[in-house]
Write a protein that binds this ligand. Structure first.
Ligand code: FAD
Length: 445
């Protein structure tokens, strides 16, 4: 198929004067939201982009054969008398948290203020304390969606309920979400700290990680992440509703002798300050990711640590391979069910969403080595978990590499349902055929 992308640019330029940038005028493309108008004529491919945080090539980026629809300008924010926050999908979590905090409210979203609503919510969205209110997308009460035929519709508990369910984890397969209507909560205060420990103490760190995860099953206010990194382990200890003292539940970490420093000392804050503190520097680095979901197991964590140490030994020094254990408890899945359910097929067991990340300089040619490193880590943990009966099928979209079978990991019935919904709302298959990349149904078998 030949894509007449120039024709699409010209058409965009006439509709959005001064908003379209082409490769021969500037280094990046930008356009306001619109389905590639008159697609029969132009046949162009397109990629949808909120912030471009997803590192998979072609997901929110494209080469000169396609157009990028940058929706950052969808910045609306409106608080309904029903307490629902109606927010344009171009907002970042920092922008939403700042605005909501002004109203003494919170919504459930990302832990980094720079990340956008779109990709995070359509892939689930893991927040600070997932066991408390479920995933970000579980709190979406209505999606306003631009369909392939140019109509704008709503998907909620009353209208287009099949689309509502499919969008709760189904990614960019059905339309462009232009607005998310979010459940709000009275301002969620959080006590948080991030401690750095010596890697030599990995056995105790893994033991403490598993112990805190066990405690999370009976106390949903707990949040945790354990990140094994270049020369240190960074552990985030989060507790909603800011108790007076440092929460006793984190004692297994407080007792560790290997503390190097508090990268972030114990702070009484809210989701906004936490997301600002956790905001990654916007460095120009390349990044590759991969993911696996397993049950909780100190033994597995130890084996994974050893596998990681081996892979690190053969990496070039400027490639940093690190991994994070992200807990998702039984209660998190139940919170989603209580809000009408999602399409992700979570099993009601305590689990970890692992994310393996490699970062390396923009200028470097280590792409293949770095990508292989994350793939090796994901495969190793998958094999180890399978051997120990701890592997779970699910692959969280936000942490997966492009070739992982995310949609298939939701289970056969959910995959079938997503295909039916896509066929109903996009009968010509524009979002499958013309989207440049993404976790798309066209790639599932
Ligand atoms: C530093 C960092 C921190 C992170 N923290 C978290 C976290 O705390 N919790 C978590 O769950 N995940 C987290 N993630 C993962 C994150 O959720 C994904 O990278 C997500 O895809 C980013 O969404 P985005 O819209 O900002 O990015 P983009 O790259 O712009 O978009 C990602 C994907 O979503 C599609 N998309 C975006 N907007 C829309 C829309 N409105 N309609 C249809 N399709 C759309 C794009 O086409 C693309 O396929 C983090 C990632 C990074 C790099």
């Amino acid at each position: 198929m030949v894509f007449n992308t120039r024709a699409a640019f010209e058409e965009f330029k006439s509709v959005f004067p001064n908003k379209v940038i082409t490769s021969d005028t500037k280094s990046e493309y930008q356009a306001a939201v619109a389905i590639p108008c008159n697609r029969q004529k132009t046949g162009s491919k397109f990629a949808i982009r909120t912030t471009g945080h997803n590192p998979n090539a072609g997901f929110s980026s494209a080469d000169e054969t396609a157009i990028v629809l940058d929706i950052r300008q969808l910045q609306s924010k409106e608080l309904g008398s029903d307490g629902v926050a109606r927010v344009g999908s171009g907002n970042t979590w920092g922008e939403v948290y700042t605005w909501l905090q002004g109203h003494n409210l919170s919504a459930i979203g990302g832990r980094d203020h720079n990340v956008g609503l779109g990709g995070l919510l359509l892939g689930g969205g893991l927040g600070a304390s997932p066991n408390m209110h479920g995933l970000g997308v579980d709190g979406v009460k209505n999606f306003e969606v631009l369909l392939a035929d140019g109509t704008l519709i709503n998907a909620n508990a009353k209208e287009n309920t099949d689309l509502l369910r499919a969008l709760k984890g189904g990614g960019p397969n059905f339309g462009i979400v232009t607005r998310f209507d979010l459940e709000t909560h009275p301002l969620i205060k959080v006590k948080y700290e991030i401690n750095l420990y010596k890697l030599e103490d990995h056995v105790e760190i893994n033991k403490a990680t598993a112990a805190v995860q066990e405690a999370m099953e009976s106390d949903p206010k707990i949040g945790l992440f354990t990140n094994f990194n270049n020369g240190f382990a960074a552990v985030g200890l989060l507790y909603a509703n800011t108790p007076h003292e440092r929460p006793a539940v984190f004692a297994p970490f407080y007792h560790l002798q290997s503390l190097i420093s508090a990268a972030l000392p114990s702070t009484d804050g809210a989701l906004l300050s936490l997301a600002q503190a956790m905001g990654h520097a916007q460095e120009s680095k390349k990044r590759a990711i991969s993911t696996v979901t397993t049950r909780v197991s100190q033994d597995l964590y130890e084996c994974a640590y050893k596998a990681w140490a081996e892979v690190c030994k053969i990496l070039p020094t400027d490639c940093v391979l690190h991994y994070t254990i992200q807990p998702f408890g039984k209660a998190a899945a139940q919170e989603g069910e209580d809000r009408g359910g999602n399409i992700m097929g979570h099993q009601g067991v305590a689990k970890c969403w692992w994310v393996f990340t490699c970062e390396w300089p923009e200028s470097d040619s280590d792409d293949i080595v770095a990508q292989k490193a994350v793939a090796t880590m994901a495969e190793s943990v998958e094999v180890l978990a399978k051997e120990k009966g701890l592997l779970l099928e699910f692959k969280p979209m936000g942490f997966a590499t492009g070739s992982q079978n995310v949609l298939g990991s939701y289970g056969a019935a959910n995959l079938k349902q997503m295909r039916e919904v896509a066929a109903k709302y996009d009968p010509e298959g524009l979002f499958q055929r013309s989207q440049y990349g993404g976790f798309l149904l066209r790639d599932t078998i």
